[in-house]
Design a protein around this ligand. Sequence first.
Ligand code: SF4
Ligand code: SF4
Length: 463
Amino acid sequence: MAHVGQVLSVWLTMVAACTPRSSVQAVNEPERIPVVLSRPGDRSAVGAVPTTASGPLMRKPFHVLAKPTGPICNLDCEYCFFLSKEDLYPGDRFRMSDGVLEAYLRQYIGSQPDGEVVVAWQGGEPTLMGVDFFARAVALADEVKRPRQVLVHTIQTNGTLITDEWADLFARHKFLVGISIDGPAPLHDRYRVDKRGGPTYEKVIRGLRILQAHQVEVNVLTTVHAGNQDHPLDVYRHVRDDLGVAFLQLIPIVEPTEEGGVSERTVDPAAWGQFLIAVFDEWVRHDVGSTFVQMFDAALASWCGMQSPLCIFRETCGDALALGHSGDLHSCDHFVDAAHLLGNITTDSMIELVNSPAQRAFGQAKSNTLPVMCQECSVRFACQGECPKNRIATTPGGEAGLNHLCAGYLAFFTHIDGPMRIMADLVRSGRFADEITGIFAAAGRNEPCPCGSGRKAKVCHGR
Ligand code: SF4
Ligand code: SF4
């Protein structure tokens, strides 16, 4: 099992884009009480979340997704929102120079508090940079970190270029590797295709098996779209059972069109909710504490009264930025455009850009623009209107800014209320949330559902 601090930090880091990991620990405010989903035998792992600041550059932690190849990728996934960013840099080679690499690592690591510091790589496809680039990055990061800092290296990849050499590097430096897999081959290959439109599943699984052979920690990122939205258990069981991966991140695909609608690949809001519900019901009866689903761990943090580890479920944004190959720093991975360019770290101070009025305004806008319907919503504490990039719908009252996925989130968060209350109570009483699996697994299908709804289990959480 991953170190609890690593797990939390990686979820934190990977949320902003096509990338992930789960949680075993979150942190209460203000007492900072660890929440542990794992079994008592894992308690020794608790407690590595950085908390203190010291020195003139110290600020509260922020997260950066670094993209050393910019939007360049060897695949051509139909829903990838980042490939089009190539247009922002016409004629560019899209390779991070050693100068930008050094400016980034020195400033980023230098500005983070003591404790765990996540160094996160993403793309495009970051492995196109080659093994040597990352070997240099790890060596430099080790050189610039302070003694009380603990580096956690993460990378999100499509997995197709993984070799023993890559896996050896990742294993030696304890990388947490995220691989994008959208389910069994027919579901995965629906949109995740190569430059010729061909399937990629077999190449991805080959890479995954190499990583597993080297004992590299892996999490699966699954995007949910029109092609797999009706197969939640096929997707979940494939990751858990066939692939043997214990960490899963689910990300909905929402693609607005110029005409004001959404693409045909976009996940249906109701289907998104039913997808999450189906996976949750399977998870709560079998897998709490052994399989980690980022969305569920984030929800538990919200039910425990803590700040969500996922930016999409926080009240404000602003602490998850995107760094391009050229050193350009943008407000967020989902807002890499001219309007959200904060500056360039080769000429500007990264910490000043992070704390700039423009970035603070960007972060605050998430809360300031929340529709009244969300403000008055019973599950606002867990949803917060989700990510602003998905707020392209209109409320029944005609107010703009409602999240396209609202119906799904409302159904999902309402459905999990009972089990989440049980898990939160377990945690508050010093016990482990995974005790809930025994409670729900023992309930007969015709018995009252343990969630307290008063309905039979077979029509509630025992379907
Ligand atoms: S816009 Fe905000 S909520 Fe959405 S991914 Fe970026 S930081 Fe997270
Ligand atoms: S469920 Fe819908 S109304 Fe409620 S906070 Fe989320 S987006 Fe807003």
